[in-house]
Design a protein around this ligand. Structure first.
Ligand code: RNT
Ligand code: ZN
Length: 415
């Protein structure tokens, strides 16, 4: 697409009172947290057993990263095709044990993430973090809410160590580390006691947050979930429990787009979250019939979420991606998801929000509906291409050729 097409688009948007230059500047400022776990099917570096305990990947596309070096190289490849400055999101199971000196999760320390810090520093990336309450022999249905005090104590220690590691990231990289607590705790069949596990969960979290983390360096978030594999009837960290606990504790609640009833409008929750917490943390994901963690498309759900994020100012949001598809090229999965999120945000930035809001308030619902629909065909793609050109990035599917070359040269050697 040519410069003249951008100029034409710029004029067309200007008629609506939309400044495309401002949209490009605003998009350049947005950092999305790219999840390391798409690169190896949530495997981590502790063993080769794969993800267990409530999450699961399907597919066996060749070339997955097996070592820290491979994962870092793959992240580099992905980032080289994504415009903008972003963050990476790590899980505790991606600790790097030098000389094979492994420690269990209750004993991991900042030094086990030194290589990640070096990696991030060199590239000017921030790091976000997650304790890993799954893929472990002590993650058998219940972790922080277990009826066994020894199991709870183990996971409480893990949580505290992770807060220390998050502080280390925040301090070293000079940008606060968002640390997300997601625990798979739940039950397969109808429980008799729904209250007990929730009380134990709250007590364990209280113990973790007794650790006086530096609030300038660490932003804890707490993720809810409706159900999971093997925990179909009851999750301890239901939406209501998480909302209540987070508010009481003064931490943020996290919305994962795959963690609600399939017909629920997750975007509608955002404004209420913002009013309650002042900031909203997000896992952008794509459930297909269930929490399947497909690579995100610019579907109605993602588009609606992006619109709400832009309308309520991206400054107030922590946007992370969360999906893991092992059936397709993993680098393409990263690049596509990151670029899709950016495109969805750009489309939202090109919305004449003031005009639409005025139509709503004046009850001119017909005009509002018509404009909302007509906007979908506006030339946002020309603005996207201009944004990519300024970042010296391929603007369209041309990036896939790069990924295929990497697959031939690098990934195919990992048999
Ligand atoms: C699982 C949650 C959680 C994980 C990651 C790996 O259902 O969405 O966020 O996907 O922590
Ligand atoms: Zn999630």
């Amino acid at each position: 697409m040519s410069k003249s097409q951008y100029e034409a688009a710029k004029k067309q948007y200007a008629v609506l009172g939309v400044d495309t230059e401002k949209a490009i500047r605003d998009l350049q400022k947005i950092s999305i947290s790219m999840h390391c776990w798409q690169g190896d099917d949530v495997g981590g570096f502790e063993n080769d057993l794969g993800a267990t305990g409530g999450i699961q990947t399907t597919g066996n596309y060749p070339g997955k990263a097996r070592t820290p070096e491979e994962l870092m190289a793959d992240i580099d490849k992905a980032l080289s095709l994504i415009p903008g400055k972003h963050r990476i999101n790590l899980h505790a199971c991606y600790a790097i044990f030098e000389d094979g000196k492994k420690v269990d999760r209750d004993k991991i320390e900042p030094r086990h993430f030194k290589k990640w810090v070096e990696f991030a520093k060199k590239r000017g990336l921030g790091i976000d973090f997650n304790p890993t309450f799954f893929s472990h022999p002590l993650a058998d249905g219940l972790t922080l809410s277990s009826e066994d005090p020894r199991v709870r104590a183990f996971w409480v220690k893990h949580g505290i160590q992770c807060l220390k590691i998050a502080e280390y990231f925040g301090k070293e990289l000079k940008t606060p580390c968002a640390i997300n607590f997601w625990a798979p705790d739940g039950l397969k069949d109808e429980p008799s006691d729904r209250l007990g596990p929730r009380r134990r969960m709250a007590d364990s979290l209280d113990k973790i947050f007794k650790y006086k983390y530096d609030k300038k360096l660490v932003i804890p978030t707490f993720e809810s979930k409706l159900f999971g594999i093997g925990v179909e009837s009851y999750t301890v960290n239901s939406h209501e429990f998480v909302m209540g606990y987070a508010q009481k504790k003064g931490i943020l609640a996290l919305l994962d787009m795959g963690h609600f009833h399939i017909s629920e409008n997750v975007a509608d929750k955002i404004s209420s979250f913002l009013m309650t917490f002042g900031k909203v943390a997000f896992h952008i994901s794509r459930p297909v019939r269930w929490d399947s963690d497909h690579v995100i498309r610019i579907d109605d759900a993602v588009s609606a979420a992006a619109h709400e994020i832009v309308r309520m100012d991206p400054k107030n949001f922590i946007v992370a991606l969360d999906y893991f598809d092992a059936s397709i090229n993993r680098i393409a999965a990263w690049v596509l998801g990151m670029r899709n999120m950016q495109k969805a945000l750009l489309q939202a930035m090109l919305e004449p929000f003031g005009t639409l809001k005025a139509l709503q308030d004046a009850r001119q619902y017909t005009e509002q509906l018509v404009l909302q629909e007509e906007l979908k065909a506006y030339p946002w793609q020309a603005v996207w291409e201009e944004f990519c050109a300024r970042a010296k990035m391929p603007a369209n599917e041309a990036w896939m050729a790069e990924v295929l070359k990497y697959e031939r040269d690098v990934l195919s050697q990992r048999a």
